[in-house]
Design a protein around this ligand. Structure first.
Ligand SMILES: C[S@@+](CC[C@H](N)C(=O)[O-])C[C@H]1O[C@@H](n2cnc3c(N)ncnc32)[C@H](O)[C@@H]1O
Length: 276
């Protein structure tokens, strides 16, 4: 029977080439399987593990690029832990910028009605409910499975009384007057070859149509039609010119923002008729 030290060594070896942190991930997987703290593992490395079956199975999955977040059933986002499973896209750190853009730019809107299209795990709506006091939030998703995860996270962070979840295409079931519209929609072009780890995430969360920007353009059209005060969206690294061109049809210009790697990542569009 193997010791903790041997299992950690095996784990780190198997995960080489899969992740940049093979040792740390092996530690996390073993701590998860044995339901102990990392520190306990490190200080008991001679301890013999009678049944390492769970750990070995999870290690095999991870060695096949299955995401760690789905194994551990959690992801850190905006310094909070969110429940995550295969029903939703894994929260990405760059989406934190979208939250910051909204909470800093829209501070002047009192008790805003915020609508999120494509809430997935609920990270955006949950964080906005936490940061923007007095807001009313409606979160839609075409996937009922995703909404179930979003509801788990809203309850976990005690904002389930602030967010209404709606299972629909885009804004089809939303009649409310919207102040702030936000979305991190699927924006990858259909058929684009993806890295192996992405193949485990819901395809409906990734692919935005034949060209990739179809859903983004529909969201822009809806925002303009409904006269929303503020639209904020995440987008693909190569979609800035497409969004720019689409907005030219309306004689509008968005403010684009980059992520921490300096890559175009999203835009905000302010309704110039409103004073915000
Ligand atoms: C890229 S994921 C974003 C999830 C989450 N908001 C985030 O930022 O991590 C896109 C989400 O949009 C949902 N979605 C895809 N097409 C949709 C549509 N036509 N109407 C509403 N939601 C849609 C997917 O189910 C998925 O949950």
């Amino acid at each position: 029977m193997p010791s903790i030290k041997e299992l950690l060594g095996l784990g780190a070896k198997k995960l080489r080439g899969v992740t940049q942190n093979p040792q740390k991930e092996a530690l996390r997987l073993l701590a998860f399987s044995l339901q102990v703290e990392y520190l306990w593992l490190i200080s008991h490395d001679d301890f013999i593990v009678d049944e390492p079956k769970d750990f070995l199975e999870n290690l095999d999955k991870r060695a096949n690029f299955y995401p760690l977040e789905y194994i551990l059933k959690e992801t850190s986002f905006y310094s909070k832990m969110f429940y995550t499973d295969e029903r939703v896209l894994i929260p990405r750190p760059e989406t934190e910028i979208l939250i910051d853009k909204i909470s800093s730019t829209c501070r002047g809107i009192k008790k805003p009605t915020i609508v999120e299209v494509g809430t997935g795990s609920g990270i955006i709506s949950v964080m906005l409910a936490t940061l923007m006091g007095g807001a009313k939030i409606i979160a839609t998703d075409i996937s009922q499975d995703a909404l179930e995860v979003a509801q788990i996270n809203a309850k976990k962070h005690k904002v389930d009384d602030i967010i209404t979840f709606v299972n629909c295409n885009l804004l089809d079931e939303v009649d409310d007057k919207i102040d702030i519209l936000v979305s991190n929609p699927p924006y990858i072009k259909k058929g684009e070859k993806l890295e192996k780890n992405l193949s485990y995430e819901p395809q409906i969360a990734l692919f935005g149509g034949e060209k990739g920007d179809e859903i983004l353009r529909e969201i822009i059209d809806e925002a303009i039609k409904r006269d929303v005060k503020f639209l904020a969206c995440e987008m693909g690294y190569d979609q800035r010119w497409k969004i720019d061109n689409h907005l030219k049809n309306y004689n509008l210009k968005a403010e684009f923002y980059k992520d921490l790697a300096g890559i175009d990542r999203g835009f905000i569009l302010k309704n110039t008729k409103m004073n915000i």
